[in-house]
Design a protein around this ligand. Structure first.
Ligand SMILES: Nc1ncnc2c1ncn2[C@@H]1O[C@H](COP(=O)(O)OP(=O)(O)OP(=O)(O)O)[C@@H](O)[C@H]1O
Ligand SMILES: [Mg+2]
Length: 424
């Protein structure tokens, strides 16, 4: 969930048109809770890839919150009879096992991994540990054991945000009662859950982020920041599929009128899968849009309320991306296409003309913005390559990795000291 990078601030502060703060409506505690996986999943479980929730206890939460990474011991392979005992430096030492405090959760996680086919991807109420994949031998979020999960969760700043800052910049919900409750008392308890999702080989080009304001689908974009040529000719189909999915499944059932949802539309595209629901708040990354642009965007006129008495109301029927009819004689398809193929240009066009349909923004070929990212995604949360190499090198798993990390740090300190004594 968290957008930790600084681009939530308005980019061009020199323009007089740009406000000091993004004009978001207040973000309420309840909105944040409605976007928690444990809350929305019970309503939409048939729309998501298979997943299970493990309710987390205080003892597990304090394990997650504790600094340092101590993992439960894993069963080791039986040794050769003639193997020298001294080969293993920890022989004779009792390994500490943090899972003693939350043995039930540990075994619940183990059995759920098996139930989901042996490979899962984890997240907490709002965030997946996308910034910690460098800790995983496979360099992704695929986990096959409870320890894989703990390692990712404990290494992730995004998960830490869920633990420590879920209600940052939020306001209490309006109460209709006589009042008297202090806003401090109103901070809700969070029922923390570990979400285990059956691992699916996602094709990143087919993931979309969709923005909903006042229960209208305003715009959507790719989640991945690479250019995929084939998406352009399929843009209308994706728009139509996602619009229908939104109208039928989400529009009238999500508790809040504004939210951001993520979908996956795998080939051959008959079905839209719900991946996540995110807050309508600066912390949600607007990806190919800017929040200011979204907040100022006009509603697509094809989806204005039928009973608002607007003259010249346009009714659209979307089927496979084809716009069927328009009230004013011309087909809406003609009107739509006459406004140009390049939707980015539409959006930048005459301010008085609302777009006809929700914009689907894709990364263009040689898009300077997309390719000028000087740093890879989540790089602010990564560690040097040597550490990654160390994690991949040893067959001894995490304990060897931690030892190597320590050695590398010590060596760096020594080298720094040598360098500074040479320069003296
Ligand atoms: N079942 C799954 N199997 C494999 N990968 C998955 C699965 N579900 C999600 N993913 C991948 O994990 C990514 C992150 O998942 P998700 O959107 O839930 O994380 P998030 O922390 O909410 O992200 P954000 O901060 O962008 O909102 C997805 O973009 C998708 O690529
Ligand atoms: Mg999310």
């Amino acid at each position: 969930m968290p957008l930790i990078e600084t681009d939530t601030q308005v980019a061009d502060a020199t323009s007089s048109d740009v406000p000091d703060r993004l004009p978001f409506p207040p973000v309420t505690y309840s909105h944040i809770l409605h976007c928690s996986y444990h809350d929305w999943h019970r309503r939409y479980r048939t729309l998501t890839p298979k997943s299970r929730l493990v309710p987390l206890t205080d003892s597990f939460m304090s394990y997650l919150r504790t600094d340092g990474i101590v993992l439960p011991p894993e069963p080791t392979a039986p040794r050769d009879e003639d193997e020298d005992d001294d080969t293993f430096s920890d022989s004779g030492e009792e390994e500490s096992d943090p899972s003693k405090e939350w043995a039930e959760i540990h075994s619940h996680i183990k059995s759920t991994i098996s139930e989901l086919g042996g490979k899962i991807t984890p997240k907490l109420n709002w965030s997946a540990p996308k910034d910690a994949t460098f800790m995983n031998a496979t360099n992704d979020m695929k986990c096959q054991s409870p320890n894989d999960i703990y390692l990712l969760l404990k290494s992730s700043d995004f998960v830490t945000h869920d633990l420590d800052h879920p209600f940052d910049d939020c306001v209490p919900d309006q109460t209709n009662g006589s009042g008297g409750e202090s806003s401090e008392a109103a901070v809700p308890e969070i029922p923390y859950h570990l979400v285990l999702r059956k691992y699916v080989n996602f094709n990143p080009s087919l993931e979309f982020r969709c923005f909903v304001r006042n229960r209208k689908l305003l715009c959507m974009c790719q989640r991945d920041q690479n250019h995929f040529d084939f998406l352009f000719e399929m843009r209308d189909m994706f728009r139509s599929r996602i619009q229908s999915f939104f109208d039928e499944k989400l529009r009238d059932t999500f508790p809040d009128p504004n939210f951001v949802f993520d979908v996956y539309v795998p080939a051959p595209y008959p079905r839209v899968w719900l991946v996540d629901i995110n807050p309508w708040a600066p912390r949600t990354d607007p990806l190919l849009f800017s929040w200011l642009e979204i907040l100022r965007m006009k509603d697509p006129i094809g989806f204005e309320d039928e009973d608002d008495g607007t003259e010249g109301f346009v009714r659209l029927s979307l089927r496979d991306g084809t716009v069927m009819t328009s009230e004013n004689g011309a087909t809406a398809e003609e009107e739509s296409s006459s406004s140009g193929e390049d939707e980015d240009e539409d959006a930048e066009g005459d301010d008085d003309l609302a777009p006809f349909l929700p914009e689907v923004r894709l990364v263009k070929h040689n898009d300077p913005e997309a390719y000028s990212f000087s740093t890879p995604q989540y790089s602010a949360h990564k560690v040097p390559k040597e550490v990654v190499d160390a994690s991949l090198a040893g067959p001894g798993g995490m304990s060897e990795f931690m030892g190597k990390w320590h050695e590398i740090l010590q060596q760096q300190i020594r080298e720094d000291q040598d360098a500074s004594s040479e320069s003296d």
